[in-house]
Design a binder for this molecule. Structure first.
Ligand SMILES: *Cc1c(COP(=O)(O)O)cnc(C)c1O
Length: 403
């Protein structure tokens, strides 16, 4: 007997809460949506968000900007990449990550991925040496944190600077230290499918005054950089104010007002995501064919999505597995599909980057399945979803054996 089909919608997030709606309406009533449009003595919602997020994250400075992708581009440009210079990054990531490197004038050098879906530190050391790259834009893809202490050691040894893409690790930590506090700068996203929802939006944090001054000017501050909520002293802008190109990547007050109240509920939501993740994971743990990526005790992750491997699964079996789940209402993505679908494109389809040979990553991606966990699902829903995936995996096993 197949389990009953699931009826939930995998792209449906929770509604914006009433406090955020009230904040948005208050901004709309003023008409002052542009972040620099303030009355004398008024502090804009964008500036207040910067102050609030810097405090939440524990960073000295914060810049609210247009998207997570723009936060990465601003960070990379403010760091300063020579035209065509190599920049290390994960081979397993989302397209805006290599996109940001290319937009900032760099040349992505992809580092292999382990079966636990984190950057391979041996390959990182090798590629740092071979390429001469001085910068790593690490992507904590799908919220998996590598051993951050070991990573920092490898980077120190090779003289490589770290910038973190924390689109899936807002609220995560390693050994009690927040993801996004291990390098020169870190980038977060406020896009609907991440951990706070403004539709679009990005947050760049850093403790480096010079980098942040350049990023703020480049975000499109004109000479209004004194209207920021968590910016360096005005002296830090002496050179940046004339020298940093304006990329017009500001956040507006409406989105900032929607985001500010969400910081208060983030920790509670992380618990709710992790309960749902645990409910799916408990069902998958019963299936022999499924391997879950290992997670270290030091890692506090945010289970806003779940990943699992079916080691050795053939492409046609992977397609049948996805279709069988879909027929029962469960939306899985398969990263092994040579044809990019939805958000699952891989390095093989990023033709704006020089082709690179990544056999370990390719093998892992061909075994890898991914599923979103929206908070509109209950823990009971997640148990049902886990049972459906387990059922489809066992059918797959039966077919494989019969065949
Ligand atoms: C979503 C995402 C980004 C980019 O964020 P946007 O706000 O959509 O530009 C960057 N990296 C990863 C891993 C992401 O998932």
């Amino acid at each position: 007997m197949p389990p009953a089909a699931f009826r939930g919608v995998f792209t449906q997030q929770e509604p914006i809460d009433e406090a955020a709606i009230a904040g948005a309406v208050a901004v709309l009533r003023t008409g002052r949506l542009h972040r620099y449009n303030v009355l004398p003595g008024e502090v804009s919602q964008a500036a207040l968000l910067e102050r609030d997020y810097a405090a939440w994250q524990g960073s000295r400075y914060c810049l609210a900007c247009a998207s997570g992708g723009q936060a990465m581009q601003l960070a990379l440009r403010a760091y300063g990449i020579a035209p065509g210079a190599p920049v290390l990054t994960n081979a397993f990531t989302l397209a805006p990550v290599p996109g940001a490197i290319v937009a900032a004038g760099g040349r992505p050098v992809f580092v292999e991925t382990t079966a636990d879906l984190v950057i391979d530190l041996h390959d990182l050391a090798r590629k740092a040496q071979e390429s001469g790259a001085r910068l790593l834009l690490i992507s904590h893809m799908r919220g998996h944190l590598v051993d951050m202490d070991a990573l920092v050691k490898v980077l120190d040894r090779h003289g490589v600077t770290l910038i973190e893409d924390c689109a899936h690790t807002m609220g995560a930590s390693w050994n009690g230290r927040r993801s996004g506090s291990f390098g020169l700068a870190a980038c977060f996203s406020a896009q609907t499918y991440k951990h706070v929802n403004a539709g679009e939006g990005g947050l760049l944090v850093s403790d480096d005054a010079d980098l942040m001054a350049r990023a703020i000017v480049s975000s499109g501050s004109y000479m209004l950089y004194d209207r920021h909520g968590a910016a360096p002293d005005l002296a830090a802008f002496a050179a940046a104010r004339m020298e940093s190109p304006n990329l017009s990547a500001r956040m507006d007050n409406l989105r900032a007002a929607i985001l500010r109240p969400q910081l208060a509920t983030l920790d509670r939501n992380i618990e709710r995501w992790n309960q749902r993740y645990a409910a799916v994971a408990a069902e998958l743990a019963r299936v022999q064919a499924i391997r879950m990526p290992a997670r270290a005790a030091a890692e506090r992750f945010v289970g806003s999505s779940i990943q699992f491997l079916v080691p050795g699964i053939a492409p046609d079996a992977a397609r049948r597995f996805v279709a069988a789940n879909a027929a029962l209402g469960v939306e899985l993505k398969w990263f092994g599909d040579p044809e990019p679908r939805g958000y699952t494109s891989t390095h093989l389809s990023w033709r704006f980057v020089d082709p690179q040979v990544l056999p370990a990553t390719d093998r892992i991606l061909s075994d890898l399945f991914d599923m979103r966990i929206p908070l509109t699902f209950s823990a009971g829903d997640c148990t049902q979803i886990g049972q459906i995936i387990a059922h489809c995996a066992s059918e797959l096993g039966a077919v494989a054996m019969a065949g």
